[in-house]
Design a protein around this ligand. Structure first.
Ligand code: FAD
Length: 550
């Protein structure tokens, strides 16, 4: 069988999946460290994974959370919705996220195919651009221009990014080739934007502006990529080369089950703690309140003050909230990080994102219009305000869910100031232009749900996306868990979460940076990784991401 493409590198090609499943475990700690409290700020998936693994090693994680367990893995139930829910944050998961799927498997998460544009589980797709509507059950139903755009993108990747060679190396975990190719791309493309890469490619130049416009609207995989055009092309190459935009899965019952089940899970084997211990039992079932202040404490400890003014001291801290919050919402002592790291945190570029969901009486979109032979409503990509409309089927006899609109960046900002009812009204108006004879409103039941992540003070943005020229900042953030060369005053505080990773916007990055922080904590307490299962710190000298001249 051909090896699958996974999120193995390309910046740091460490096999987190093999590391996680190794029977020797992730490390050992001196017995004297057992029971030591470690503060973890944020109970999103990074905080929960770090807490789970630290507990297994015999430490005592103390999770602080300002909002609710799960963070951006948020499955919001509709009121009186008979189990229907809205995935407000992450909603589609590529199987190439091997570390994330390790935890899915551990807690028995079930997944099904996600109804992306033209995906096998999508009954039909409508692409409506510049007022022209195309109905398609498969790609072959679309006009020739779409095939030409798809070919132009494939050629641009081949010519500009050694695409086949790179993905083949990722498939086979051929570290030397990945590093050679990726180093070349980083050196040459760090300053290049996604739109610049497209516009300069021979294939898109030949097709002209209309093709770039169509590509921006329809994109690859999940659609609607022009809001990413200002970002670094390296961000896009990371997504396509690691299969992050392919074969997406939907979590049955909502992805928030993952952090919640891990929180309650009592591992079979653990150091120090009695059988039956879980993160929930260590916390009396509720995390501590949000953190207001992080300061140096006594005897090289960290003083963490919660929002109600209670201070506790810890030997080590993992910060998993988005890093902007360290300057905007948390009074964090500047002395805890080098100014180069503060610079990297401050320059972090977050995408905005808005989603609006309605619950409907049944999955009426499967009805066939006898006149046209088409589905009543299809997964819809449009250049109108809605951009992407997704249909989520919970079964013929159950209420269905429509994500009326999923947007990023400027498209999300267009919704930001509008209250829920205005959003829904405008979205239905847009869809009525595409489906003039369909009355979607007639099917809506219950109250809609909307989110704009950038207006939530616990997040201040949906997810990071590096701008051109940001590679150096990203490298500083990612490599901070390697602390042996840091001055004493900067050690013991670790950063994790998807904005620290090379793959922000993907929960895989949250999980893998949590594992890096765990490795850092093990070293901080004088522990080691098992010799037969080297950890990211052991492998750093061979795998460290390329360093560009500062
Ligand atoms: P978070 O989930 O942000 O967790 C950090 C936690 O810190 C939060 O719970 C927050 O409340 C808490 N916090 C903040 N301030 C404080 C404080 N002062 N004290 C204590 N706690 C605090 N990923 C995918 O894999 N697939 C997708 O399809 C996908 N789509 C996405 C779509 C959207 C709109 C968004 C927003 C994200 C998407 N992601 C997707 C990314 C995924 O959701 C994230 O990578 C992941 O959830 C991040 O987890 P985290 O633990 O790093 O951060």
């Amino acid at each position: 069988m051909i090896a699958p493409v996974t999120m193995f590198g390309p910046d740091f090609p460490f096999a987190y999946d093999e590391f996680l499943s190794h029977r020797a475990g992730l490390g050992q700690l001196p017995a004297a460290a057992h029971g030591t409290e470690i503060a973890i700020i944020g109970a999103g998936i990074a905080g929960i994974v770090a807490g789970h693994e630290l507990m297994k090693l015999g430490l005592k994680p103390v999770l602080y959370e300002s909002d609710r367990i799960g963070g951006r893995l948020r499955s919001e139930p509709f009121k009186d919705g008979a189990g229907a829910y809205a995935e407000l944050g992450a909603m589609r998961f590529p199987p190439s996220s091997r570390a994330l799927f390790h935890y899915f498997d551990k807690v028995g998460i079930e997944t099904v195919g996600f109804p992306n544009p033209l995906a096998p589980d999508t009954p039909s797709t409508v692409i409506e651009l510049a007022g022209i509507r195309h109905y398609a059950r498969t790609k072959d139903d679309l006009p020739k221009l779409f095939t030409e755009v798809e070919r132009a993108w494939a050629e641009a990747l081949e010519e500009g990014a050694h695409y086949t060679e790179l993905t083949t190396a990722i498939r086979h975990r051929d570290t030397a080739t990945i590093r050679r190719l990726w180093h070349h791309l980083v050196e040459n493309l760090d300053e290049e934007s996604f739109s610049g890469f497209i516009a300069k490619s021979r294939s898109f130049r030949e097709l002209g502006f209309r093709a770039r416009e169509v590509f921006g609207q329809v994109g690859f995989g999940t659609g609607g990529w022009d809001t990413d055009f200002p970002n670094s092309i390296l961000e896009i190459l990371r997504v396509v080369a690691t299969g992050a935009d392919d074969e997406h899965r939907l979590v049955v019952g909502g992805v928030e089950q993952l952090p919640r089940r891990l929180w309650s899970l009592a591992p079979e084997t653990m150091s120090h703690w009695p059988r039956g211990t879980s993160l929930a039992s260590l916390h009396n079932h509720v995390p501590k309140p949000g953190v207001a202040k992080i300061a140096p404490g006594t005897a090289r400890k960290f003083a963490i003050t919660d929002r109600y003014g209670t201070t506790a001291e810890y030997d080590a801290v993992i910060v998993t909230c988005q890093v902007w919050l360290l300057s905007a919402r948390i009074d964090c002592a500047e002395s805890l990080f080098h100014h180069d790291l503060w610079m990297a945190m401050e320059r972090t570029h977050y995408m905005q994102s808005s989603k609006t969901f309605v619950m409907v009486d049944r999955p009426f979109w499967r009805d066939i219009d006898p006149a046209s032979g088409e589905h009543a409503l299809s997964m819809t990509l449009s250049d109108r305000l809605t951009r992407g409309t997704y249909l989520l089927d919970n079964g013929a006899d159950k209420p269905g869910v429509i994500c009326l609109s999923y947007t990023w960046s400027d498209d999300a900002l267009k919704w930001l100031a509008l209250p829920l009812d205005d959003r829904v009204r405008l979205m239905l108006h847009s869809l009525r232009q595409i489906y003039p004879t369909l009355d979607i409103a007639r099917h809506i039941i219950g109250a809609p749900i909307t989110v704009s992540w950038e207006s939530d003070p616990n997040f201040m943005g949906a997810f990071k996306a590096n701008l051109p020229g940001h590679y150096r900042y990203q490298r500083r953030l990612f490599s901070h868990f390697i602390q042996s060369d840091l001055p004493e005053a900067h050690r013991g505080i670790f950063l994790a979460g998807d904005d620290i990773s090379w793959t922000a916007g993907w929960a895989e990055g949250a999980v893998t940076t949590a594992l890096n922080a765990v490795a850092g904590i093990i070293r901080h307490f004088g522990g080691t990784a098992p010799s037969e299962n080297p950890d990211p710190i052991d492998r750093w000298p061979d795998l460290a991401p390329i360093r560009l001249v500062e």
